[in-house]
Design a protein around this ligand. Structure first.
Ligand code: DSN
Length: 430
């Protein structure tokens, strides 16, 4: 390395340059940071990356075209980005105990497109969890490419346990013989039985794919069992509990490596976002530490405490609780819709999302539920006692305010949110 690296030599001038050249955008970056600092961030799929990850994202690697893979590029000048991508691949393989890793997907949806590209062709049958029971758009929902290009079959949850109905998964798999069976989704509070899915996939002759976007951070932190030994292929995002940059990745068995790589590039993507790949490398190293493992365990403890606290206040947790970073809650006990709850909470400084619950009588844009997650608050250092306070604030926001930020109740709750955040700030000022 030719220069000594200090914030001043490399990263320091970049924000100052933005302030000079485009104060309008600079101001918006600051006001978004203020927004993230000012509220309780409970969106289950969000987190707060480290300054190191942000520095890699804001780097000159953004300038480089690097179509292809390390040592096999279509452009010159790739010596340094080759080293970065090799580092990210090796760190991902070590972190997840995987045979192979592809760190180029721009997002979770791009990673999922590549998995379809590797293992299926338009017109094939695929099977995933239905979106309204906790699945994902890209698992065959009708308005997504995956629902348009494939014959999608969906399983759901058992009405009694509200957890995945494995008998139904097996029956549907044997009836429809899908090319791909997908486990994973965006609102599943419980652990998934990967061994059961593997057995069903083998019986049905299907490729077993885990979309681990939501919980891969808990796997990285060794807080829950890993899908990697069971699945043919595991796709994920890097920005949720994992706490890396916005992006995607895929790990798979060695036998699938070549077709997964070809499906990412050149089938689905062009040049990789090398600044994002560098940020993924930084993140994978951060996740391999005891501090991150402790964080992952605390995320779950906090989610359990929050779910129980809301349950005690008649905001019932679907499945009775959670094993992960998120819980899904039925608001019918307090007679408020998900849409109203989201508005009322936001007015009170609490950011969460409305969410359909299994067998929801409401339309998805109204919904009977909310989804809450603890990755961000745990990054801010909150613990299980704080979650009891947060549960009380959510309950009061949902039941005693009306969505108007000037409502006296909303103002009072916002003041308590500010007090709580004072001892657990996001991105504390140095
Ligand atoms: N939008 C993500 C989530 O919130 O779960 C999934 O893609």
């Amino acid at each position: 390395m030719s220069n000594e690296v200090t914030p001043e030599t490399y990263y320091g001038p970049s924000f100052a340059a933005l302030v000079d050249s485009d104060p309008q955008v600079a101001e918006l970056l600051v006001s978004e940071l203020d927004r993230q600092r000012a509220g309780l961030q409970l969106i289950a799929s969000e987190n707060q990356t480290s300054p190191a990850v942000l520095a890699a994202l804001g780097s000159t690697l953004s300038n480089k075209y690097a179509e292809g893979y390390p040592d096999k590029r279509y452009y010159g000048g790739c010596s340094e980005v080759d080293k970065v991508e090799k580092l990210a691949i090796e760190r991902a393989k070590a972190l997840f105990g995987a045979d192979h890793a592809n760190v180029q997907p721009h997002s979770g949806a791009s990673a999922n497109q590549a998995v379809y590209g590797a293992f299926a062709a338009p017109g094939d049958t695929i099977m995933g969890m239905s979106l309204d029971h906790g699945g994902h758009l890209t698992h065959g929902f009708k308005v997504s490419f995956s629902g348009k290009w494939f014959n999608a079959v969906h399983y759901g949850v058992d009405p009694e346990t509200e957890d995945i109905d494995y008998d139904q998964v097996r029956d549907l798999a044997l009836e429809h013989r899908p090319k791909l069976i997908i486990a994973g989704g965006s609102a599943i509070p419980r652990l998934i039985d990967f061994a059961a899915f593997r057995e069903i996939a083998d019986e049905a002759g299907a490729v077993f794919w885990v979309d681990a976007a939501h919980f891969i951070g808990l796997v990285a932190g060794q807080a829950i069992p890993s899908p990697v030994p069971h699945a043919d292929v595991v796709s994920f995002t890097t920005h949720k509990v994992l706490r890396g940059p916005r992006g995607g990745a895929i790990v798979c068995k060695a036998e699938h490596a070549a077709k997964v790589d070809r499906a990412v590039f050149p089938m689905m993507q062009g040049g990789p976002l090398m600044h994002g790949v560098a940020a993924k490398a930084v993140n994978f190293a951060e996740c391999a530490t005891p501090a991150y493992q402790e964080y992952a365990r605390q995320v779950i403890a906090n989610a359990r405490s929050l779910a129980a606290g809301l349950g005690e206040r008649d905001i019932r947790p679907i499945t009775g609780g959670t094993d992960t970073h998120l819980s899904l809650h039925d608001l019918r006990g307090v007679g408020v819709t998900g849409a109203d709850a989201e508005l009322r909470c936001e007015a009170a400084g609490i950011v969460l999302n409305k969410n359909a619950i299994p067998f929801d009588p409401e339309k998805p844009n109204i919904a009977s539920g909310i989804r809450v997650g603890t990755p961000s608050l745990t990054t801010q250092g909150m613990g299980t006692d704080d979650m009891t306070v947060v549960a009380d604030l959510i309950h009061r926001a949902v039941t005693t305010t009306d969505g108007d930020p000037d409502h006296a109740g909303a103002r009072a709750i916002r003041a308590e949110v500010t007090d709580l955040l004072a001892s657990h700030p996001a991105y504390p000022h140095p």
